[in-house]
Design a protein around this ligand. Structure first.
Ligand code: ADP
Ligand code: MG
Length: 239
């Protein structure tokens, strides 16, 4: 399943601080979009507003044509994967993956089916009875993704999911995310400040800077025709 995401004239303020100023963006169903920009430019804030973890100050957000910006996070059809993984330490892998579904009252058999299927997809079936403390960083990462997959969301939202991994694992996980996208066909938004991740993963890159979207384009377009000096500097295009 996948859905389009429509961000229309979204502004976010924290008191007197404007973090995002009148941002609009259309993401197609099934697209892999990367939000790229320096630390503090508002990438996480925009992602969290799509997820429903932050309110918009102004503007609207729609998923699959349905306005969601006033809906609670669980009703938006999107699932977020955090940089810190945010696993429950006292629960096993299976329990971590089941928890969100139990909370919405899903039948046990259906939960079991989804957990099993996600575990197979991520090759973590042998880890289902372990606690997070007994997992490697890469395994925790998979569990965090598994917890999103079992929700069968129309869109996945990743906030710098690779930045806690060492370089080798980062490369491998990047490849696996691309494969996951190909397999599930879901819409994916991936936040990073890493140009290489953006260039290798994205169908389209959204460059964010100074409260605005500076440029939207395919990796090739951004690299070959940067819209500004900032973009050129940031993605390392020849000046
Ligand atoms: P990024 O993810 O691109 O690094 P963030 O979206 O986390 O950036 O933050 C964008 C800006 O919003 C930063 O200046 C940050 O300090 C500010 N900010 C984020 N969350 C809050 C908050 N809860 N209260 C006040 N300011 C915040
Ligand atoms: Mg961030």
């Amino acid at each position: 399943m996948s859905a389009s995401i429509e961000i229309t004239n979204v502004t976010k303020r924290y008191g007197a601080l404007t973090v995002l100023d009148d941002v609009s963006l259309s993401i197609e169903a099934g697209e892999f979009v990367v939000f790229l920009g320096p630390s503090g430019c508002g990438k996480s804030t925009l992602l969290r507003m799509i997820a429903g973890l932050e309110d918009v100050t102004a503007g609207t957000i729609a998923v699959g044509g349905e306005r969601v910006d006033t809906l609670p996070p669980g009703k938006r059809g999107v699932a977020m994967v955090f940089q810190s993984y945010a696993l429950y330490p006292h629960m096993t892998v299976a329990q971590n993956m089941s928890f969100g579904l139990e909370n919405i009252g899903m039948a046990k058999a259906e939960i079991g089916r989804r957990v099993e299927q996600a575990a197979a997809t991520l090759e973590i079936a042998h880890l289902l009875d372990r606690k997070p403390a007994k997992l490697s960083g890469g395994q925790r990462q998979r569990v965090a993704i598994g917890r999103a997959i079992v929700k069968e969301p129309k869109a996945f939202l990743f906030d710098e999911p690779l930045s806690n991994l060492d370089a080798a694992l980062r490369g491998r996980t990047r490849l696996e995310l691309a494969q996951l996208h190909a397999r599930l066909g879901s819409t994916m938004i991936f936040v990073t400040h890493d140009q290489v991740e953006a260039m290798t993963l994205a169908d389209r890159i959204v460059i964010m800077h100074d409260r605005k979207i500076e440029q939207i384009g395919t990796p090739m377009e951004i690299y070959q025709r940067p819209a500004s000096r900032f973009v050129a500097g940031f993605v390392g295009s020849p000046a």
